[in-house]
Design a protein around this ligand. Sequence first.
Ligand code: ADP
Length: 376
Amino acid sequence: MARVTEDEVRAALAGVTGVQEGMVSGLVVKDGNVGFALEVAPDRGAAMEPVRKAAEAAVAALSGVLSVTAVLTAHRGAGQAPAAKAGGHDHGHDHGHAHPAPRGGGGERPASDPIPGVAAIVAVASGKGGVGKSTTAVNIALALASLGQKVALLDADIYGPSVPRLLALKGKPETDGRMLWPKEAFGIKAMSIGLLIEEDQPMVWRGPMVQSALEQMLRQVTWGEIDIMIVDMPPGTGDAQLTLTQRTPLSGAVIVSTPQDLSLIDARKGLNMFRKVDVPIFGIVENMSYFVCPHCGGRTDVFAHGGARLEAGKLGVPFLGEIPLDIAIRETSDGGNPIVASEPDGAHAESYRNIARAILDQLAAPRRAMPKFVVE
Ligand code: ADP
C-alpha cells in the first residue's frame, strides 16, 4: 500500500471544519505515521477539542495512514499576526509556520517567560542516551523533595520518555481541555511526554511538533507552587535539544556522564550547548562510576573511574558527585520505586541527596554572569 504524503494530509486537514490556514504546525509524515499540532489561542483550548478529534479522524481515514497523533497547542499570539520565525533550522518540517521570535540572537539566550509558581528550573542532560540520565533525574528530584523542597519533574525526553515507568505513573493526565493536571508520586509532581501519547504509537514527533508539545507541558500544566522543577532532557545536543534549552527558562543544567572517555566527549558537547545559550552549568554527575558487587559488596572500577571528576576539573565546572553501577539502582528504577524512595536511609539515597544539596547551593549562589544593579 502506498504511504500517505504530506500534501494529502494537508489537503485532508484543509477540509476539516474549524481548521484554518496556518493553524497546522509541525506536520510530520513518516512511514504512514502522522503527527501534527493545531495551534489555537490559549482561551480556545476546550472549544477546539472536537476540531482536534475531527482532524485526527480525517487524516486517519486517508489510505496509507497507520497512526495519527494530533495535539492542541496554545501559543501566545496564535490566531494573530505571526511573529518572525525563531532561529535554527527544524529538519524542514515547519512549513511556513511561525513561532514567537526569541529576543536577542547570535548565540545570546532568548528571554523565556518564567513559569508562574515555579521558582527554579534545572535541566538534567546527557550528551548521549543510555548513561542513566533519567534514573539520575528522578532520584535527584526525589532527593530534593526529601530535603523539604516542593519538586516537579518534567520528562521532556521525546526519544524515550521513561518517567512513567520510573515513577509507575499510569493513565492520561486529567484535563479540562485546556490545562493538564500533573501526576503525583512519592511526594513530587510529574508530567511526561510519554503520558500524552499512546504507548503503541510510534514516536514520530520531531522538530517543531515536539517543541509545541513541550511548551504545552511547561505552560499548560497546573504545577502549583514549585521550588524546583527538574527537566529530564532528551539525550544529545541536536536541534530539538538546543531549542528546548532556549525556550525553557532554565536556572542551570546538570550533565550526567559515565566514566568512559567517549561519553565524556559527548558530555563536553552537552556543556557547550548550554554555554552557547548562557545557561549556567551546575556541574557533572558521574553515573555508573564504579561497580558494587551484589554478592560481596566489593567495589570494582569497571571503566576508568574518576574520569568525570577529572574532566570537570579540566573544564572548570563543578563535580557534583558519583553514583555507582548497582543492580539495586536498576531494579528499583525499573520497578517504579526509585532507590531514594525505596531505600531512603541507604548509601545511594545519601549520594543523591548530596548531589541535590550541591544543586541547591548552586541555585543560591550569585551568578558571575548576572548583571549587577546598584541602587544609589
Ligand atoms: P538514559 O535516560 O540516559 O537513557 P536511563 O536512566 O533510562 O538512561 O538508564 C538506562 C538503564 O540503566 C536503565 O535500565 C537504568 O535502570 C539503568 N541504570 C541507570 N543508572 C544506573 C546505576 N547507577 N546502576 C545500575 N543501573 C543503572
